[in-house]
Design a protein around this ligand. Structure first.
Ligand SMILES: Nc1ncnc2c1ncn2[C@@H]1O[C@H](COP(=O)(O)OP(=O)(O)O)[C@@H](O)[C@H]1O
Ligand SMILES: [Mg+2]
Length: 366
């Protein structure tokens, strides 16, 4: 009962809580050998990520796409190499990292968020200075980084947006990944990683590129590139599933977008992303922002929130047009023109089935 209350109050559950019943079913049925420090066998981790059925429980696919990539990611974590997921924004790097960690280690919360301000202390350890001054260096005064905690427990630490960090921070990570220890000279000891320890890092190819990561650090990782969804149908599938899951967890009081609406949004996104219409006949100017699958998902859940709160609960083309406007026209005045050109040169010519969405979008774009 407490658990239920908790579930309802928390805005966003970590994967291990959200899919606790699936992980439990996989654990109960798991016959294969579990690697040291792992909660599940590699095969069960794969099932958790790509979907299936175990003991009468449906395992929803978390990652939709090339299964081989997931196998390679899991295999990497069986060795002493760390895993680096790279790709365009919104290609499920963070989502995959969280779900892999949840399946293997059961706790996806040990996360270092990489920014320009991330310091070596975030990677190793720091001190509670009041305690440090009062009693000198002690175990109680030690503040362990998520990475240090993962080493102690033989778990997985996640490092988000690693390429945004300064090079000193990246250097600190090199020694951790090669020695698998963190020295704490103030306490006269050294923490050695327990078996099962690893790091899953993510990096966007869009920001300060992965290219700027030092070669020495890149060598410590197996790099897996997550692609944008290969086909229209795959992307529609991803968007439909995730919109269903996310809107259910937010309890949005609106109908799910129908197949046609999703197909239209994904078509628009794929055309703006690739710079050409799906039939290859017409060039399209891409807008300044990122037009990712993740954006399509949040656009549609946002439209559902509009429909549920201010409409009849029936998702309309006006709700979707408002979402599209926000997703495509960022702060850039040029985007408004790019969107107008797309509306008039592509959408308008698509005839009756697109007419109503076209009108709603044109009106919205002013
Ligand atoms: N191939 C995919 N399979 C499943 N979900 C995907 C896929 N691509 C994108 N998504 C969804 O889009 C969102 C991706 O967001 P995120 O993981 O934060 O992207 P990134 O970290 O790559 O910028 C998640 O909600 C995820 O479910
Ligand atoms: Mg991310």
């Amino acid at each position: 009962m407490m658990e239920m209350d908790n579930k309802q109050a928390v805005l966003r559950l970590p994967a291990e809580k959200l899919y606790a019943h699936e992980l439990e079913a996989l654990r109960a049925a798991d016959q294969d050998t579990k690697p040291a420090g792992w909660q599940l066998s590699p095969r069960s981790v794969l099932t958790f990520l790509t979907g299936g059925e175990v003991g009468g429980v449906t395992i929803t696919p978390k990652y939709i796409g090339n299964k081989r990539l997931i196998e390679m990611a899991i295999a990497t974590l069986l060795t002493d190499r760390a895993l680096l997921l790279i790709g365009e924004p919104g290609t499920a790097k963070s989502w995959l990292s969280e779900n892999l960690t949840a399946a293997i280690h059961g706790d996806s919360s040990k996360v270092v968020q990489g920014t320009a301000g991330t310091s070596e202390e975030h990677v190793r350890y720091s001190w509670n200075y009041a305690l440090l001054l009062a009693q000198g260096p002690s175990d109680q005064a030690l503040i362990r980084s998520p990475i240090l905690r993962a080493m102690e427990s033989g778990g997985i630490a996640r490092f988000e947006e690693i390429s945004r960090c300064a090079s000193e921070v990246q250097d600190a990570l090199i020694s951790i990944l090669s020695e698998k220890t963190i020295a704490i000279p103030e306490l006269g000891r050294e923490v050695s990683a327990q078996r099962g320890f690893s790091i899953i890092a993510t990096a966007n190819t869009r920001d300060r590129g992965v290219n700027e990561m030092s070669a020495a650090l890149k060598r410590r990782f197996n790099i897996i590139v997550l692609p944008a969804p290969s086909s229209l149908e795959t992307e529609i599938d991803i968007v439909r599933r995730r919109v269903g899951e996310i809107s259910a967890s937010y309890e949005l009081r609106a109908t799910q977008p129908d197949e046609e609406a999703i197909r239209k949004v994904v078509t628009i996104f794929r055309e703006l992303r690739s710079g050409v219409t799906l039939d290859g006949k017409e060039k399209v100017k891409p807008p300044s922002g990122v037009i990712s699958t993740a954006e399509a998902i949040s656009l549609l859940t946002g439209s559902m929130a509009l429909a549920g709160s201010f409409g009849t609960g029936q998702l309309t083309d006006e709700d979707i047009a408002a979402g599209l406007q926000g997703a495509i026209v960022k702060d850039d005045a040029k985007d408004q023109l790019v969107w107008k050109e797309y509306l008039d040169n592509v959408m308008k010519k698509r005839g009756a089935t697109w007419r109503s969405l076209y009108s709603a979008c044109s009106e919205m774009n002013g």
